[in-house]
Design a protein. Structure first.
Length: 211
């Protein structure tokens, strides 16, 4: 008997985040499945930023950063930034490189890359060609020392944080789009569970294994 406009639902619905923290994720876009559910129970997400970050980090490569993300959310004392200039880039992700955008902005801010050069880094990471990544590593290390005025050791430490994104990395717009739909489906399940799960079962009616 209610007309729900999915585009205007409250973005900070306590019931939704409480449901995700308990691990009731079955049928929720992007957030169901054993591994993701375990992480959500540990994380206890409290904002759409948390959902966006989990969508982006739960991929080959960045996944190794999830325990750190959870630890820093639960205890802000653990939040550090590889360089003070990266605080603005990584503020919403507790100092963790989470998106492709974080890598590109780090290359520009610390490595002295132009926007075009940063886009070339993105392409190199997307192609996953070792020789190209090695060339980018040398370019970043040199730029971080000459432009960023940091030591070679510190530059190598930052590159080690960037490197996993060569395996797989979401850009922020992609993660935010997925995160929005994930939140919308979680909201519907938390607030209208019978109607929502009925719709899920209907949508999956041709797939007995899923049902």
């Amino acid at each position: 008997g209610q007309d729900v406009d999915i585009e205007t639902i409250p973005i900070k619905d306590g019931k939704t985040f409480e449901m995700l923290a308990k691990g009731y994720t079955e049928g929720v876009f992007q957030l169901s499945g054993g591994g993701m559910t375990r992480y959500l129970k540990d994380l206890k997400p409290s904002s759409i930023d948390d959902i966006n970050a989990m969508v982006a980090l739960y991929r080959p490569g960045p996944m190794e950063s999830i325990p750190q993300y959870i630890q820093r959310k639960q205890n802000p004392a653990y939040i550090t930034f590889p360089d003070p200039r990266m605080k603005e880039i990584l503020d919403r992700s507790y100092g963790i490189i989470t998106y492709q955008d974080d890598v590109l902005m780090t290359a520009i801010t610390i490595g002295g890359y132009s926007w075009l050069e940063a886009d070339n880094l993105r392409k190199a990471m997307g192609k996953k060609i070792p020789a190209e990544m090695e060339a980018q590593k040398e370019k970043f290390l040199t730029g971080a020392q000459e432009f960023g005025k940091i030591s070679k050791e510190k530059a190598e430490g930052i590159w080690k944080l960037i490197e996993p994104f060569a395996a797989y990395g979401f850009n922020k717009a992609h993660a935010a789009s997925y995160g929005k739909v994930a939140y919308q489906t979680a909201y519907m399940k938390a607030n209208f569970p019978v109607e929502y799960m009925t719709a899920v079962l209907t949508a999956e009616s041709g797939n007995i294994d899923t049902i």
